[in-house]
Design a protein around this ligand. Structure first.
Ligand code: AMO
Length: 457
């Protein structure tokens, strides 16, 4: 039986990344967990992992009979947390050119079970088994690389938007009305009333352009998605941006630059992670191509006769007409977009869209909107638009969509006080990570995924 000990006055003196040949001969205190173990009979090779990587610890049986370190290490399972006091010695065969000979050990937390998956490999074990022990799963090399890059994305979004005069805001997540269509709402109890988890910060970020002009929020959005797919979560992180005195073209320019900046920063900060994941991020050419919705429908109709103008475009069939990489689908039918999206003026449409039959009618169902989806191959990463900033047009649109204007009174009243023209987008963080790192299942782009079947851990 190995007994666990308190940390006491032990403190780490070096991270693994700081143990190198400049320390040869010195004493070091390392803390971490056993990521792998090789038992060569009288010699044990332990990889002691911390947040920066591994240090090789070598324990020889005959050398430490009095301290019992060899026996303790021999009996510890992978994942156990330990502290090691030891001497750094040169070792050409070890990855960082050194290894540590332990003089003292503190067993801080014993792993009592053998882990159902290995640290080193990309596990072939089913995702559900992994998610049941997610914190342990997150120790695996693959996910370590993914989540370090995720962190770089978040940092670089903040850097980029701050440099571009945006301020970060926080909006309520318990709300009284839907913004993106009613079906996908999670109801909650709010004291004695029914309320909902926010599907999007949409209306609040729009309102805030009135006070701050350029705002962004990085926060969860909640969608009651009844389907089981590899690209939908019930709780996702959305990077929401809203800017005053611009339209959707300016916003696409901004999004082009944001994505380019993120990629540059990842290449800069995470070369090792990219190498481990075997991902090569090529230089981006911006602006990304912009295809109109009508143009794509025309192309798709050649092979899929059943498709009609006004239908949503299914990701599967998009593959037929477009390759990989980033591109926009712009000018969606107004009927496919939420009530706050601005319709496209006739003169603009005439320039961008050759088929006049779509543009002359006043009928909502065949009107075009100032909107875009940013795609990566068949995956939607973001949608955005110019918003309606005229109260009567907004009111009219709400009614056409079957919404009750009284429920939006808190929002509509702002429009009596000169809300500026504005436009913006919502970018799915997990979707972006999927696209950049070729992650097949969105669940591996989030720490603790929520979906129709999963509310724990
Ligand atoms: P939309 O509903 O298209 O737009 O959402 C914006 C982006 O958020 C991501 N996303 C999701 N990711 C994972 N799981 C989900 N269930 C999920 N739902 C959405 C996608 C999507 O492109 N208010 C608008 C944005 C705007 O116009 O500013 C909105 O919410 O990447």
């Amino acid at each position: 039986m190995i007994t666990e000990q308190d940390l006491g006055d032990w403190r780490r003196t070096h991270y693994s990344s700081q143990v190198n040949d400049s320390q040869i001969g010195q004493l070091t205190v390392l803390m971490g967990w056993i990521s792998s173990k090789r038992d060569h009979g009288n010699v044990l090779f332990i990889q002691l992992r911390d947040r920066f990587g591994d240090t090789q610890i070598v324990a020889k049986k005959e050398k430490d009979l009095e301290n019992n370190i060899f026996e303790v290490l021999k009996n510890l399972k992978e994942h156990s947390s330990i502290g090691i006091k030891g001497k750094v010695v040169g070792q050409k065969k070890s990855p960082n050119g050194v290894e540590v000979i332990p003089h003292e050990i503190k067993v801080l937390s014993v792993s009592t079970k053998s882990a159902p998956f290995l640290t080193q490999s990309v596990s072939t074990i089913g995702i559900d088994t992994r998610l049941e022990l997610r914190a342990l799963d997150l120790r695996r090399n693959y996910l370590q690389n993914v989540f370090r890059i995720r962190f770089t994305i978040l940092k670089s979004v903040r850097e980029f938007l701050t440099k571009n005069y945006f301020i970060e805001v926080n909006t309520p997540k318990m709300i009284s009305t839907a913004t993106e269509g009613g079906a996908a709402l999670f109801p909650i109890f709010y004291y004695d009333k029914e309320a909902f988890l926010a599907q999007s910060p949409q209306l609040y970020k729009e309102q805030l352009t009135m006070a701050f002009e350029n705002v962004f929020e990085i926060a969860p959005i909640f969608r009651a998605e009844p389907s089981r797919t590899n690209r939908h979560l019930s709780e996702a992180i959305s990077i929401d941006v809203e800017k005053a005195f611009v339209n959707y073209y300016d916003i696409m320019d901004l999004l082009d630059e944001l994505i380019s900046y993120i990629i540059l920063r990842i290449k800069d900060e995470n070369p090792n992670e990219l190498k481990n994941l075997e991902i090569e991020l090529s230089e981006l050419k911006i602006p990304f191509p912009r295809y109109t919705y009508s143009e794509l429908i025309d192309k798709l109709q050649k092979n899929h006769k059943y498709i009609r103008w006004g239908d949503d475009i299914s990701p599967k069939i998009l593959k037929d007409v477009i390759g990989d990489g980033f591109y926009y689908i712009v000018d969606w039918p107004l009927s496919t977009k939420p009530f706050y999206v601005k319709s496209k003026g006739n003169s603009d449409i005439a320039i961008s869209k050759p088929n006049p039959s779509f543009v002359t009618s006043e009928n909502n169902s065949i009107m075009v909107s100032e909107s875009f989806d940013l795609m990566y191959g068949p995956l939607e990463l973001s949608s955005g638009s110019t918003r309606i900033n005229n109260k009567s047009v907004l009111l009219d649109n709400m009614k056409k969509k079957g919404l009750n204007p009284a429920a939006f009174d808190y929002h509509l009243r702002i429009f009596d006080y000169g809300i500026p023209p504005h436009a913006g987008f919502g970018l799915g963080l997990e979707r972006l990570l999927m696209a950049l790192l070729k992650i097949e299942n969105i669940r591996d782009a989030t720490f603790y995924p929520r979906d129709i079947d999963r509310l724990t851990p």
